[in-house]
Design a protein around this ligand. Structure first.
Ligand code: GN1
Ligand code: MG
Length: 343
């Protein structure tokens, strides 16, 4: 069967005339298949949506419609490329049991690692400004795109389940990694106490650095992208995922175990950027929670990568069998360094 057999219907549903030769694979997200469409007069992003991971596209549409209607874009000095509606006004288009969506293309540079502290500052400021732009929207209007997505307690229990049910032999290196994550119960307890104390906000929840587009010269942020998990959350989630992906000497896929540690200069830049973006809005308690965020988000990714490995790699895209285990090992090295920093 033609790989793009859905294209004629897609064109019809959006009133477009995209030819197969104008479509190419784009980006390196772990979840959806993303394509760039280059038409004569415009560029668009097409995504074939992963509805195994996000089983409720209707919830994502609900959340995105709130953003379209209520977000205070006047305070956003960058673009937020929300999906474009098809001819029926839907943000998703279902064809042959597959879900597609199209959004505006924003030019610029997407990176997996940041070179300079100034860029870390800009990224953190932008993600904080995003929270500020939604500060007036009651967080309970949003529905959970993935239930308990950033709930450390739930993810810990999912890891326990995975350990109980795994077909893999937990021995050697795997045993060491499993033991390390089981020892993080104190972070789970700390999570539960922050949860009882802090207000829920509109947060992005997946502020990995490649979910942001810089201008070509890195002088500013052009867009915040990957908006599927935009929903209610705590500000330390968004700060924390930045710490995890920016304030580290090696990226999430590195296997230079001895070199993986916190980059203090970038950490400090993230902190000032986030404070600057949320100035006058974030409460003292929220700002106090930020240093927990880095540890918490690194830990949760470790839990999730490890659980996925134990479950037989059903969630994340992998290129070889042990990749999820080694991703969990990478996060373990970073988490050790973050914990040491706070000690
Ligand atoms: C996934 O799709 P991507 O790469 O932006 C994941 C995030 C993880 C990240 C780890 C919906 O994000 O939670 O932090 O991988 N997104 C989802 O690299 O699970
Ligand atoms: Mg992404």
């Amino acid at each position: 069967m033609n790989a793009l057999s859905w294209l004629p219907e897609l064109n019809q549903r959006y009133g477009l005339e995209i030819e197969e030769s104008k479509i190419r694979k784009f980006g390196d997200g772990h979840i959806h298949q993303t394509y760039l469409i280059e038409l004569d007069n415009q560029k668009l992003i097409l995504q074939r949506f992963n509805n195994k991971v996000f089983q409720r596209p209707d919830i994502i549409s609900h959340n995105h419609k709130i953003l379209i209607d209520q977000l205070d874009t006047r305070v956003l000095p960058f673009q937020l490329p929300l999906p474009l509606a098809n001819k029926k006004g839907e943000l998703f288009t279902e064809i042959q049991h597959k879900y597609f969506r199209i959004s505006p293309f924003v030019s610029g540079t997407c990176v997996n690692e940041i070179e300079k502290a100034e860029h870390a500052y800009l990224a953190a400021k932008a993600f904080a400004q995003f929270i500020v732009a939604g500060i007036h929207i009651p967080a309970d209007q949003f529905q959970e795109a993935i239930p308990g997505f950033n709930d450390l307690d739930l993810r810990y229990h999912q890891l326990l389940e995975a350990i109980k049910n795994t077909k893999r032999k937990i021995q050697g290196e795997l045993d060491e990694i499993v033991g390390f994550y089981l020892d993080q119960k104190n972070l789970v307890e700390e999570y539960n106490s922050w949860k009882a104390e802090l207000p829920l906000r509109l947060t992005h929840n997946d502020t990995k650095i490649n979910n942001l587009i810089f201008s070509e010269d890195f002088s500013k942020v052009n867009a915040v992208i990957d908006l599927d998990t935009v929903m209610a959350g705590f500000i330390f989630y968004d700060f924390g995922d930045l710490v995890r992906t920016v304030a580290c000497t090696e990226g999430e896929s590195s296997q230079n175990w001895n070199k993986i540690e916190v980059d203090q200069l970038k950490y400090d830049a993230l902190l000032s950027g986030f404070h600057a973006g949320g100035k006058g809005v974030f409460t003292k308690e929220e700002l106090d929670s930020l240093s927990f965020g880095g540890k918490m988000m690194t830990c949760i990714m470790g839990f999730r990568f490890l659980a996925d490995y134990l479950n037989g790699n059903i969630y994340y895209t992998i290129h070889y069998e042990k990749q999820n285990m080694l991703r969990a090992k990478n996060q373990m090295c970073l988490l050790r360094s973050l914990i040491q920093l706070d000690a």
